[in-house]
Design a protein around this ligand. Structure first.
Ligand code: URA
Length: 230
């Protein structure tokens, strides 16, 4: 054995004596694994292994009182293996009537926003934080959000997107566990269990305040750039 090899062998023997045997590192966890680790291990969503099973569970289960008053649950739709997932707040009247996300006025504007960055509904997956319409479109309350959040997490784990675009404050604050303003949250991208999360204005807010259209356009261009390059 040559000298260099003998010295390496001695070095390794010393290391093993001092630190114990060399064990392989655990492989890095995927987004899918990491996101499901934040859901209570006893929650039934762990046993639902497709978007269809999850959709059936949502439409047949009352998780919070507003689920009893809905016409339809609005589960979400789009490309089931999309790289980009959009997360809104909660269904409105038109979504409750049809069972589809973002089909009212805000949804029509969202389609135009997507087209401006050369994306369509077929390219992305869209879901809401809440799957049921809050009465009179009031803001979701914390109990409703906690009851429905495991559904969104399971949806995310099944779609496994690289990018998540939060539309508005409710989705952004909920996913980031933050009380910061939208202005602050949209200042940079966030790492979300390994996916890249961006924050922008809700299309319904743009219908009320046109001055937010310019910053929203900047956010969308950023998403498009990252999607193409990362
Ligand atoms: N607003 C939302 O946040 N989601 C919808 O599906 C419709 C309007």
């Amino acid at each position: 054995m040559n000298e260099a090899l003998r010295s390496l062998q001695n070095f390794l023997s010393d290391q093993i004596r001092m630190h114990g045997p060399i064990v392989p590192l655990d492989p890095p966890k995927s987004f899918t694994q990491k996101i499901m680790e934040i859901v209570d291990p006893a929650h039934p969503v762990h046993g639902l292994n497709s978007l269809n099973e999850l959709r059936d569970y949502v439409s047949s289960t009352v998780l919070t009182p507003i689920d009893e008053d809905r016409t339809n649950a609005v589960f979400g739709e789009g490309n089931p293996s999309a790289d980009i997932m959009l997360v809104g707040e909660a269904p409105g009247a038109e979504e409750d009537r049809t069972g589809k996300p973002f089909v009212g006025r805000a949804g029509q504007l969202l389609d135009k926003m997507l087209a401006a960055i050369d994306l369509s509904r077929q390219d992305i997956y869209i879901a809401n934080t809440l799957k049921s319409r809050p009465p009179k479109n009031r803001n979701p309350n914390p109990d409703e959000i906690s009851a429905h959040l495991p559904i969104l997490y399971r949806q995310m784990s099944l779609v496994d997107p690289r990018f998540i675009l939060c539309l508005g404050l409710v989705a952004s604050q909920t996913l980031l566990g933050s009380h910061d303003s939208l202005t602050k949250l949209r200042q940079h991208t966030h790492s979300f269990y390994g996916a890249t999360l961006l924050v922008t204005y809700h299309p319904a807010a743009l219908l009320r305040n046109a001055t937010w259209k310019r910053p929203t356009w900047e956010d969308l261009k950023q998403l498009r750039y990252l999607y193409q390059t990362k």
